[in-house]
Design a protein. Structure first.
Length: 51
């Protein structure tokens, strides 16, 4: 499997993956449901230890 950056145009689709507030917390440890597309887009810019 290869992980690669997603297209910014796909951020809204990715943001809709979790279907409940609990899933949002499990998925990305946020409290906002639904997750904003701009939040998902920002993840691509953030360099973190998982890179």
């Amino acid at each position: 499997m290869e992980l690669r950056p997603f297209a910014v145009a796909d951020a809204a689709t990715v943001a809709r993956w979790p279907a409940s507030p609990a899933e949002v917390t499990w998925w990305c440890d946020l409290r906002d449901c639904p997750v904003a597309a701009r939040t998902v887009t920002g993840w691509q810019r953030d360099a973190g230890p998982e890179r």
